[in-house]
Design a protein around this ligand. Structure first.
Ligand SMILES: NC(=O)c1ccc[n+]([C@@H]2O[C@H](COP(=O)([O-])OP(=O)(O)OC[C@H]3O[C@@H](n4cnc5c(N)ncnc54)[C@H](O)[C@@H]3O)[C@@H](O)[C@H]2O)c1
Length: 315
C-alpha cells in the first residue's frame, strides 16, 4: 500500500481521534463517521490543538498541521465514510453486540478490498466476525493510548483471518509508524493487556496482603522498572543483568523468582481493597483534576516519544 491510503475511522472518541492523528501523519486520507454527529467536530478541534505540539517536537514527519487537517473529512452516513476505504479502523463502544452490529454493517457497505480492523481492548476477533461474509478481512489492532505517541499495537487475527489480510494490516501499520506485535492466534487479553493484567494483579495483591502501600508500588514502576522498560524489554533486561546472559541470569536468580510465584488466583479489585487504593489516588488527585492530569501525562509521553525518536538512529 502507498502513502495515500484511504482510511475510515468509525467512532471518533479518544481512540478514534488518536488513530486519526497516526494516519494523517502518515499521509493518509482519513474519513470519519460516528453515530453522534457532533463528535466529528469535537474531534477536529482536539486534533487541531494537538498537531502543532507534535510538529514542534519533530513528531509529524515534517508535515504541516494545516495540510494534515485538509486530509480529514467527516460524513453523515457510514456508507459515505466507507466509500473507497482500503483500511477501516473501528473504535466504537466496548460492547460485543455493538462490535457485531457495526461489523455486519461493514460486511454490507465496505468495498471488497477493505481490511476491517477493530481497536477492541477485550474481545477476540472471532467474537464479532464469525457470522460475516468478509470475515477473512477482519482482525484486531489494539493500540495503547495514544497510538501516535506509543507505537506498539497488538495485532490479533481470528482463526479465519487470511494471511494476506494480516500481512496487509501489518505493512500498513508499519507505514504509519506503528510497531505491530502479532499474537500468533487469538487468545483473550492479547499481548500487552495480558502483561499489564498480570502486573495489576500483583500490585493489588501486594496491597491486599499489607506488604506495600499503593504509593510505593506506583513509585517502584515509575522510578524503577519503568525506566528500563521504556527502551528494553524484560528478556533483554535479564540478558544484560548477568555476565553470561539470560541463561546465567536464570541460574543465579531463577529459583528465587520461582519461589515468589503467586498460587492464590486472581485478586478481587473491590470492597475495602478498592477503598484503600482509590483513597490513595483521590487524596493525590481529585476527580475534578483528572482531565488536566491526562493532558500532563500526554505531554510527558510526547517528550519521551521525541527523545526516543531522536535516539532511534543511534546504535
Ligand atoms: N481508551 C483506551 O485507553 C483504549 C485503548 C485501546 C483500545 N480502546 C478501545 O477503543 C474503542 C473505543 O474506546 P474509546 O476509549 O475511544 O471510547 P470513547 O467512549 O471515547 O469513544 C467511543 C466513540 O464511539 C462512538 N460510538 C459508540 N457506539 C457507536 C456505534 N454503534 N456506531 C458509531 N459510533 C459509535 C461514540 O459516539 C464515541 O464517539 C473501544 O473498543 C476500546 O476498548 C480503548
Amino acid at each position: 500500500m502507498e502513502n495515500t491510503v484511504r482510511v475510515t475511522i468509525v467512532g471518533i472518541g479518544a481512540i478514534g481521534r488518536a488513530w486519526t492523528i497516526s494516519f494523517l501523519r502518515a499521509g493518509c486520507e482519513v474519513r470519519i463517521w460516528d453515530q453522534i454527529e457532533s463528535a466529528a467536530d469535537d474531534a477536529q478541534k482536539i486534533i487541531q490543538a494537538i498537531l502543532p505540539d507534535l510538529a514542534r517536537n519533530n513528531l509529524l514527519n515534517g508535515r504541516d498541521p494545516a495540510d494534515l487537517m485538509r486530509n480529514m473529512r467527516s460524513f453523515s452516513t457510514l456508507e459515505e465514510a466507507l466509500d473507497g476505504a482500503e483500511y477501516v479502523q473501528e473504535n466504537t463502544a466496548e460492547k460485543v453486540e455493538v462490535k457485531q452490529e457495526i461489523f455486519s454493517r461493514f460486511d454490507q457497505l465496505a468495498g471488497s478490498n477493505a481490511i476491517l480492523v477493530s481497536s477492541t481492548s477485550g474481545f477476540v476477533p472471532s467474537a464479532f466476525t464469525e457470522h460475516l461474509g468478509c470475515r477473512d478481512r477482519c482482525l484486531v489492532a489494539h493500540p495503547l493510548n495514544p497510538p501516535y505517541l506509543i507505537p506498539a499495537v497488538d495485532v490479533v487475527p481470528s482463526p479465519w483471518t487470511s494471511r494476506e489480510t494480516l500481512e496487509r494490516a501489518v505493512a500498513f501499520l508499519r507505514l504509519c509508524g506503528q510497531i505491530p506485535i502479532i499474537m500468533k492466534k487469538e487468545d483473550p487479553g492479547f499481548i500487552t493487556i495480558r502483561l499489564q493484567a498480570m502486573m495489576y494483579h500483583e500490585c493489588w495483591r501486594l496491597v491486599k496482603s499489607g506488604l506495600a502501600s499503593p504509593e510505593d508500588i506506583d513509585t517502584s514502576i515509575r522510578e524503577g522498572l519503568g525506566l528500563r522498560w521504556s527502551f528494553i524489554g524484560p528478556f533483554e533486561t535479564a540478558d544484560l543483568n548477568a555476565p553470561g546472559g539470560i541463561r546465567d541470569f536464570v541460574a543465579r536468580f531463577g529459583e528465587n523468582l520461582h519461589d515468589i510465584f503467586p498460587t492464590d488466583g486472581p485478586i478481587e479489585w473491590s470492597g475495602e481493597l478498592m477503598d484503600q487504593v482509590e483513597g490513595y489516588r483521590r487524596e493525590r488527585l481529585p476527580l475534578s483534576q483528572i482531565r488536566d492530569r491526562q493532558l500532563w501525562r500526554d505531554r510527558r509521553l510526547l517528550a519521551l516519544a521525541a527523545h526516543k525518536n531522536a535516539q532511534s538512529s543511534l546504535p
